[in-house]
Write a protein of this length. Structure first.
Length: 472
């Protein structure tokens, strides 16, 4: 396991002090941000909330062009499992470049591609891997979701898809149709037809207003009714698409019993279970794959983000019984990204060799335990939840009286995010009304860094609360 030091690509020790000793900037950082605002699309998102121009990054830490150091708890929205510029991935990329291997091969095979497939299948549960096929997709998670939808429809001969409130699966036509957030869905007009959105087991804000085990029972009963009632009005679906832990939806882990029930129902009714592990895959939740927490296996598993070791890559792994599409039925120009496969193989092996899934579970527990201690003193923290190093803090209004659950407070959450940025911590928001503060640090984060992160977060939280009180 790594120490608090991070290694540069030249092999020297890289520390926080090294960051602070960087030479003065050669240009105003605002020049970059101003040019970005003028030239880039109005759809850009992160720079509006995190207005930074980044210069250098190693491990957990990034340096901006003003010379300020930040703890990066966004990590490419979970893409950078090993943090920035980890020597394992850098070495794998350099070796690939030095080898003379063609960097782009469509779906022609190479030793690098073969090694990637071997490493990925070795990381999967053995029973699933033994009868699995892999499809390399375009470079994004949304591309993998689109491929999964297509495969499920071809294999089952059905057209409908079940998905869940709060879900996020990407911004392409099919993936957007599955999204819980209404905002991005309103303007494009016609989306994919035959999509049925079901309640997700969000216990803190139970969609049935009951919570607990009874809520799980009701949720499963509702799905069963749709699949069995000849008067339900809903045709049998090709697939159910689910995140084991909703990320953008507010870091909401699905109960194991609910997932087991969904798996049982889909098997009984010949429905393909698509599990979206674009953000949760590769140790993030304390298991190599989040579905392992429930002891189930999907029919189709979609992976991206960390799977490419920080470079663009997306794959779909599925049961060979579903492999009913014809040659050329799915393609994607950049499905042959050799650099990403090399970096992904190195990342996979390192996570396993170093026990980073177990480490993520321990560090996540440490983070959530300390955040729950803070919660006692701050009524604006409604709930701390998560799994492994995928942690959310739901921020609520303290003004509401008599409500069973206080309303989400996106304004306060945004204020906390901005105060964290001033303290040198990069975090993102998600969930209903953007009221969930999300932590997605690299899996290599250490205990002392967790402690420092919580210290900074508590200071930022206190400052945001004080400012709110002064505004009155």
């Amino acid at each position: 396991m790594e120490s608090l030091h991070r290694w540069t690509d030249s092999g020297s020790i890289f520390t926080l002090e090294h960051f602070r000793q960087q030479p003065p900037r050669e240009f105003k950082p605002d020049d970059l941000l101003e040019r970005q605002a003028v030239r880039e699309s109005n759809a850009r998102s992160y720079p509006r909330r995190i207005p930074l121009a980044l210069k250098e990054a190693h491990g957990l830490y990034v340096l901006d062009t003003r010379g300020q150091v930040f703890m990066d708890c966004l990590a490419g929205a979970g893409t950078l499992a090993l943090g920035h510029n980890h020597p394992v991935t850098i070495d794998a990329m350099r070796a690939t470049l030095d080898s003379g291997l063609p960097l782009h091969t469509l779906d022609l095979t190479t030793p690098v591609k073969d090694a990637f497939v071997e490493a990925l299948f070795a990381a999967l549960p053995p029973a699933f891997a033994a009868q699995a096929r892999i499809q390399f997709c375009g470079p994004t998670g949304a591309d993998g979701i689109e491929a999964a939808l297509k495969l499920a429809k071809i294999a089952t001969g059905r057209k409908g898809i079940f998905c869940f409130s709060g879900g996020y699966h990407g911004m392409t036509q099919g993936a957007l149709s599955l999204m819980g957030n209404l905002g991005p869905k309103q303007l494009p007009g016609s989306l994919m037809a035959d999509v049925q959105v079901l309640p997700y087991p969000y216990d803190y804000r139970c969609p049935f207003n009951i919570g607990g085990e009874a809520s799980i029972d009701v949720g499963l009963s509702y799905i069963e009714q749709l699949l069995t009632d000849p008067e339900s009005g809903v045709l049998p679906p090709a697939a159910v698409v689910v995140e084991v832990v909703q990320g953008e939806g507010g870091v909401i882990p699905a109960p194991a019993r609910w997932l087991q029930g969904v798996r049982k129902l889909t098997q009984q009714h010949g429905v393909a279970l698509i599990i979206d592990e674009v953000q949760t895959g590769l140790g993030r939740t304390g298991r190599m794959f989040a579905f392992e927490h429930a002891g189930i296996e999907p029919d189709i598993l979609v992976l991206s983000k960390a799977i490419g070791g920080g470079l663009p890559l997306s794959v779909m792994v599925y049961r060979e019984a579903l492999d009913l599409w014809k040659p050329g039925a799915h393609a994607g120009t950049f499905r042959g990204n050799q650099m990403a496969m090399a970096a992904g193989t190195a990342t996979l092996r390192y996570i396993q060799e170093q026990g980073l899934a177990s480490h993520a579970e321990a560090m996540g527990e440490r983070l959530m335990t300390q955040l729950r201690q803070i919660q006692r003193d701050y009524p604006c923290i409604g709930q701390v939840r998560g799994r492994g190093l995928m942690v959310g803090v739901e921020v609520v209004s303290t003004a509401a009286q008599g409500a069973r659950v206080a309303p989400a407070d996106g304004v306060m959450a945004k204020a906390i995010q901005q105060q964290c940025l001033r303290e040198g911590v990069i975090i993102e928001l998600g969930g209903r009304h953007g009221a969930v503060v999300r932590f997605l640090p690299p899996l290599t984060i250490q205990a002392a860094e967790i402690d420092l992160l919580v210290e900074k977060f508590q200071f930022a939280l206190g400052k945001a609360c004080l400012d709110s009180e002064l505004r009155g």
